[in-house]
Design a protein around this ligand. Structure first.
Ligand code: NYM
Ligand code: MG
Length: 215
């Protein structure tokens, strides 16, 4: 790995956020092969990670197989990020970029939309790795709902998603890249590729890692 004094090359932590059916998963796959083809080491991650023990509890909740108190499920979503934190850091430090489908912002937006206090929702996220880039796939809730319908999981309802969109708006900060997700897939992809490549190149030059504090 190249080093420049104290500053070490590392991978980029790239987060995709947006409502359900905004296109995050399709775009993650495209960005993964784009960076791969350019020779950058990259992995595609997603939260919730349903493969861990905590992730299985989350999945069972989302598929309505179990009921949990709103605070409890919120903390499980957060715990699911915490349990991946050290691996995330190791990957980034080894030069691997991560394209992450949902992160702490989903955690705060979805739980706040249920009526939980937003500051309470942010608290357990403090100390997780801060993304180098957040791309928000912006789509009117009604349009997202029209896209081949929702999958039937908890939260996949138009009225609720409208509320989630409001909380995402509150969380948006000037560093976020807002992508018009109503555009054709290829146009969205083209915009995102440019933004992502800049970020990967910047982190390779040795941008320091930082930690979350959701403002
Ligand atoms: N979700 C996702 C949360 O409520 N909190 C979180 O922290 C995260 C990461 O889970 N409707 C919600 C958003 C989605 C649902 O995500 C499942 P996906 O990307 O559809 O698998
Ligand atoms: Mg979904």
């Amino acid at each position: 790995m190249e080093s420049n004094g104290e500053i070490k090359a590392r991978g980029a932590l790239i987060v995709l956020e947006g409502l359900d059916r905004s296109g995050k998963t399709s775009q993650s796959a495209r960005l993964l092969s784009y960076l791969n083809n350019l020779g950058y080491p990259v992995e595609s991650w997603r939260f919730p990670d349903r493969d861990t023990a905590v992730g299985k509890m989350i999945s069972s909740y989302l598929t309505n197989q179990s009921q949990l108190d709103d605070h409890t499920i919120h903390l499980l979503f957060s715990a699911n990020r915490w349990e991946k934190r050290s691996l995330m850091e190791a990957k980034l430090k080894s030069g691997i970029s991560l394209i992450v489908d949902r992160y702490s912002y989903s955690g705060v937006a979805f739980s706040s939309a249920k009526g939980l206090d937003i500051e309470w929702c942010k608290a357990p996220e403090v100390g997780l790795l801060a993304p180098d880039l957040v791309m928000y796939l912006n789509i009117p809730p009604k349009k997202a709902a029209e896209r081949g319908g929702y999958g039937g999981e908890r939260y996949e309802q138009l009225e609720f998603q409208k509320n989630v969109a409001k909380y995402y708006e509150m969380l948006t900060d000037p560093s976020w890249k807002i992508i018009d997700a109503c555009l054709p897939l290829e146009d969205v992809e083209k915009q995102m590729k440019e933004i992502v490549l800049d970020c990967v190149v910047c982190c390779k030059k040795g941008k320091p890692l930082s930690h979350l504090w959701l403002s």
